[in-house]
Design a binder for this molecule. Structure first.
Ligand code: BGC
Length: 274
């Protein structure tokens, strides 16, 4: 059975949503699909504030498209929601089609995820790469707000996701977790939060790997800001101090909820909404 635990957090508790919950109109449902969990929440499309308690179900194993779509439908039903849905996916996503599958079943390669989810759930569903969604949220209402220049958001979990922005505009599907590094085919096989767990690394040892990756990315992309997200961003106090790179580096303000918020913001902005 898949672990329900966020990689690298060192705790079985996925933690409470840290954003304030407020009342207000026209919430949009955001759903974050990961290798181990599928979680959703209602999001205020203006402020990005969470409007309900997060609901999470396990990702089916194997994570075949139809099985995942059925769980997405269950998440939507839980919220008794009527409206467009924003959904993240941990792969390259172009025009609603998933084009890679590093940590999910290979059947996703070439799958029209947006069409499948829309058909299975009866809702209009927009699909976006998970790190791109997190980046959209951080730029709109989080740590990247009003930041000009190049901002690079990295998420650390089962894999490493990336979202790159220039003057707030997303360059989608950057997939920096798959650069060859330190003799590894994909740097995520060496520096993802899951590797910290798998190799029983201390925060310092794991952060040392992250630092080497950041240093390399600083050299080749000259970012003005790094935003570091994923479940481990909640434990920033444990590892942030070990980072020493010549670029301002901050934890994701929305922590691990950024994907849900970004997916919802995207659905709210897209043509799906009247
Ligand atoms: C995938 C990316 C994803 C990242 C984080 C990588 O293995 O290729 O698309 O953003 O994991 O989930």
């Amino acid at each position: 059975m898949a672990s329900n635990r966020e990689p690298g957090t060192g705790t079985g508790d996925d933690g409470p949503a840290e954003r304030e919950q407020v009342d207000g109109p026209a919430a949009i449902l955001g759903i974050d699909i990961g290798g181990s969990g599928i979680k959703g929440n209602l999001v205020d499309p203006t402020s990005g504030a969470l409007r309900a308690e997060r609901f999470k179900l396990e990702t089916p194993q194997p994570s075949l498209p139809e099985a995942v779509a059925t769980v997405v439908a269950k998440v939507i039903e839980h919220f008794e929601y009527d409206g467009p849905v924003g959904c993240t996916f941990p792969a390259i996503v172009k025009d609603g089609v998933t084009l890679s599958a590093a940590n999910v079943d290979k059947a996703w390669i070439g799958c029209h995820a947006a069409a499948l989810f829309s058909k299975t759930t009866g809702h209009q569903v927009v699909v976006v790469n998970d790190a791109d969604a997190a980046g959209i949220a951080e730029m709109a209402v989080g740590a990247g707000q009003d930041r000009p220049g190049v901002t690079l958001l990295l998420t650390f979990g089962t894999g490493i996701g990336s979202a790159m922005f220039h003057d707030g505009v997303l360059i989608p599907n950057t997939e920096l977790g798959h650069i060859h590094f330190e003799g590894h085919e994909s740097v995520e096989d060496w520096a993802a939060a899951k590797v910290k767990d798998d190799e029983n690394l201390s925060w310092k040892a794991w952060a040392g790997r992250v630092n080497r990756l950041l240093d390399h990315l600083a050299r080749i992309l000259s970012p003005d800001l790094f935003i570091l997200g994923g479940g481990v961003s909640r434990r920033w106090d444990k590892w942030g101090r070990y980072l020493d790179v010549p670029v301002e580096t901050v934890p994701a303000a929305l922590r691990n909820e950024a994907g849900i918020v970004g997916a919802a913001l995207l659905a709210a902005r897209s043509d799906l909404v009247d």
